[in-house]
Design a binder for this molecule. Sequence first.
Ligand SMILES: Cc1cc2nc3c(=O)[nH]c(=O)nc-3n(C[C@H](O)[C@H](O)[C@H](O)COP(=O)(O)OP(=O)(O)OC[C@H]3O[C@@H](n4cnc5c(N)ncnc54)[C@H](O)[C@@H]3O)c2cc1C
Length: 565
Amino acid sequence: MTHNHYDTIILGGGLAGLTLSLQLKKQNPNIKVLVLEKRDDAAPDAAHKVGESTVELATHYLREVLGLKDYLDKYQLPKHGLRFFFSPKHKTTIHKRVELGPKVLLPVPSHQLDRGVLENDLVTFSRKAGNQVVLGAKVDNVDIANENHTVTYSVNGEQASATSRWVVDASGRASILKRKFGFAQPHAHDCNSAWFRVDWKIDIDTWSDDAKWHSHVEPGLRYLSTVHLMDAGYWVWIIPLVGDKTSVGIVADPNIHPFDTYNKLDKALAWIEQWEPQLAKELKAKTDADGNILDFKVMKHFAHSSGELFHTDRWTVTGESGLFADPFYSPGSDFISMANTWTADLIQRDLKGEDIFFRTKFYSEVLKALFDNWMPIYTGQYPMWGSTQVMVAKIFWDWGAYWSINTLLFINNGLTDLDLMRQMTAGPKSLLQKYGELSKQMQLLFKDAMPYDTADITNRYTDPFDLDFLRKFQEDIVEKEYSTQEMLDKLFSNLGVLEHVAAETFRLFSNLAHGTEMDIDVDPYTMSLNGDRQIQSVNSKLVPRDAHIANEMKAMWLYEEAVSV
Ligand SMILES: Cc1cc2nc3c(=O)[nH]c(=O)nc-3n(C[C@H](O)[C@H](O)[C@H](O)COP(=O)(O)OP(=O)(O)OC[C@H]3O[C@@H](n4cnc5c(N)ncnc54)[C@H](O)[C@@H]3O)c2cc1C
């Protein structure tokens, strides 16, 4: 039996494990890392895993933190943002559906990843960096001990073991440590998914000849977006992959679309024919003409939480072995980037002899709080996926919040700035507390507004980057030399903008629902569309109308008559 000692053993060499191994080596070339991955062969192109669409935070992690910029530009597809199609009554005519997405090239890059290609290349990069990556290594047991942990694994039926100071569980849904120590936490968010990859290019630009519709977006860019086809209780993704292949997936709330209506390939194709006929037409035409469907996979109740994240006994969980929210907005690799960054920070500090007890506890609490603040975006919200105006307002809000707080903080190394994080989280008036309250209020507002959003809105194009404050939030996603105080000031200033956006969104829906005046002062921390919720908040404050933000928000308001500034 072979036996070696490492600073860190990573259980599982998927996206989370391999990227962490690179991050650790980049930070400390002398660190000794072992990655144990069960898969014994090269991952297949295209039809490997989901997690193909990246957004700003994870893109920064891959490009800048790990230094994969040149590789991604050369070997993976660039992505042209997220793109949404609403107007459920017009599903046979794409150009009539309200479309939300960027028109011109975005200032911040992102990618469409072929996960098979990426994982194979990450293995090569990790080995080149000096890590030991063993394929075909199935972890059988982990013993956590005071001094050194012991990991037992088998390769081709041969038992081996290794010891290490740190163990990181990156085994995805196998969740080795969660199962061993029993800290799985199911999440109330209940949605399911089915997906497949096809060996041809699906370009939605070919779905209509309408010249006006084509003029909305620069040629070629629509194809590069992650497309979301939306209706009550579901969304369907279309993601382009390198080599003219395409990923297609259904994500749905079982209360509206039972899982057994699309959990087999033939049922999924029939489901698509019923709910997204233009996509069905494309699929049928191509499969009849020798186009292949490369795989078909399903996942039931994908959301889960975790009772442990970073442990003072020198182990952590990252990626899907820890938390997973929902693929809408593609945040899976964002959570990997954050958990890896905290894990790497703890490991490096510990190896330098620093006492990391407090940091370990603190990082766990902050990640858990970010996750809990994020979940109301999805939980119980799928029925509104078919409400055009509510969804447009929601997407603008969710993006604004994500860019101006989460992403800004991450790319400026805020997550490991203990002083900043303490100030951000201390007490009920802290930034994180306010941000959490505001997010919750907004998600309730969207839910309350749904019954009033009844118009059949069509033939409209809306681009988030037409709104100055959203464009500014995106443009600010660049690394700058912020001091702790400057970062805190910047985050509070962004939160101030978000308070105005929240208040104006409330005015618009309140006007639509109840005909209230557009110049009312609004308390975004206690607002309630139907006055049926009694909310107390120490952050309560009346926000007067901001003419500039009100004017900008016209671009996303499809019931125009309400907007008079
Ligand atoms: C429907 C759906 C769509 C999604 N879409 C997106 C998206 O568009 N964008 C995005 O960012 N995220 C997306 N995600 C999330 C994304 O798929 C995950 O965040 C990501 O794949 C998780 O990576 P991971 O490394 O944690 O797990 P995995 O990629 O599953 O890696 C875990 C590895 O551990 C190995 N392993 C397991 N057990 C053992 C063992 N005993 N010994 C050794 N090795 C072992 C496995 O072989 C595997 O390679 C989506 C998720 C779902 C459910």
